[in-house]
Design a protein around this ligand. Structure first.
Ligand code: SAM
Length: 309
């Protein structure tokens, strides 16, 4: 794929929970690197790679690729004829992914572009497998995003999307109703906090078939890790700012969690759902090309030059 395949993205950086490149790109890179070291994330991500039915010549899209960690893991699983394209709406993260690809020798097999999952800069049927992990929770038009992933997937290919579901957050605390209020206030600040349990419907509406769902629960007893992954401070802050609770209640809630942690009694969990579907038509193995079939076109929908990095 050359640079003319890619249209430039317009619009501002999309918030990622509390974080955008504009308000702390390095902090977000640190967050992504931290989660990629946690066993829970490594395990469900491994399973999500297997769900893509990759073969040596696979063409994979990782939408919302962040710093490229998944793209590199996928590049390792495919052969020299395969390629992974990562797309992210955040220029800082795309630049970081490009730098890491160069440093780690993945530039040939892992390419990165600035782009929006709701308006992907690729022609129809470009990929044998498309994925987005922890992305649609930050996308208001999640249905459009799923339709785009299905559009750029070739017939017979696999689409896999996974997201945490903020309807499933549990945090053991002295006042469960206060916890619910705080968690709901935090979720209200996300674009699509409950998209994960709507994904099967969105997949069917996008015309995907053989839709299956898996669930993974992140259980955490370490307050520091929970702070990073669940953003407990931000939960309390958002609840205060939205008027859902007063400052005293929010501070008391955090204090209670801290005391529980000091007694080794902290407990929190959140479930993520992974949804897999297949685009109708084509051969059944996603990466397996029919004898004599042409590889997906790389002719751009819109020939504007743009941002392949
Ligand atoms: C929590 S990170 C997940 C990154 C990566 N998928 C992972 O699991 O490590 C969410 C990513 O989605 C990107 N993102 C958010 N909205 C997006 C959109 N509309 N189109 C493309 N990427 C988007 C963010 O910039 C960020 O890199």
């Amino acid at each position: 794929m050359d640079s003319t395949d890619i249209r430039p993205v317009t619009g501002a950086a999309v918030p990622v929970g509390s974080r955008t490149a504009a308000d702390g790109g390095e902090a977000f890179v640190h967050y992504l690197d931290l989660t990629s070291t946690l066993r829970f994330f490594q395990r469900y991500k491994e399973r999500s790679y297997s769900a893509l039915d990759l073969d040596a010549a696979a063409r994979v899209l990782d939408a919302g690729c962040g710093v490229g960690t998944d793209a590199f893991a996928l590049a390792e699983r495919i052969g020299p004829d395969g390629v992974v394209h990562g797309v992210d709406v955040d220029r800082h993260l795309v630049d970081e992914a490009v730098a890491r690809a160069a440093a780690e020798g993945w530039s040939e097999r892992a390419r990165f572009h600035l782009g929006d999952v709701t308006d992907l800069p690729f022609p129809d049927g470009s990929f044998t497998a498309c994925r987005a992990d922890r992305v649609l929770v930050h996308v208001a038009e999640a249905g459009t995003a799923v339709r785009e992933l299905a559009r750029v997937c070739r017939p017979g290919g696999v689409v896999f999307v996974s997201d945490p579901d903020y309807a499933t957050v549990v945090i053991d605390a002295a006042r469960p109703e206060l916890t619910d209020t705080i968690v709901r206030a935090y979720a209200a600040g996300l674009a699509s906090p409950y998209v994960a349990h709507r994904l099967p419907l969105l997949f069917r509406q996008a015309g995907l078939r053989d839709v299956t769902v898996s669930a993974d629960t992140f259980v955490v007893s370490d307050l520091a890790v929970a702070q990073q992954v669940l953003e407990l401070d931000l939960m309390a802050e958002r609840a205060v700012r939205s008027g859902a609770v007063d400052r005293r209640a929010a501070d008391g809630w955090l204090e209670d969690l801290g005391e529980r942690a000091s007694r080794h009694e902290f407990f929190a969990a959140v479930t993520g759902f992974g949804v897999r579907g297949r685009k109708p038509g084509g051969p059944s193995g996603t990466g397996s090309r029919r004898e004599g079939a042409q590889p997906p076109s790389t002719v751009p929908r819109d020939p504007a030059s743009g941002g392949e990095r």
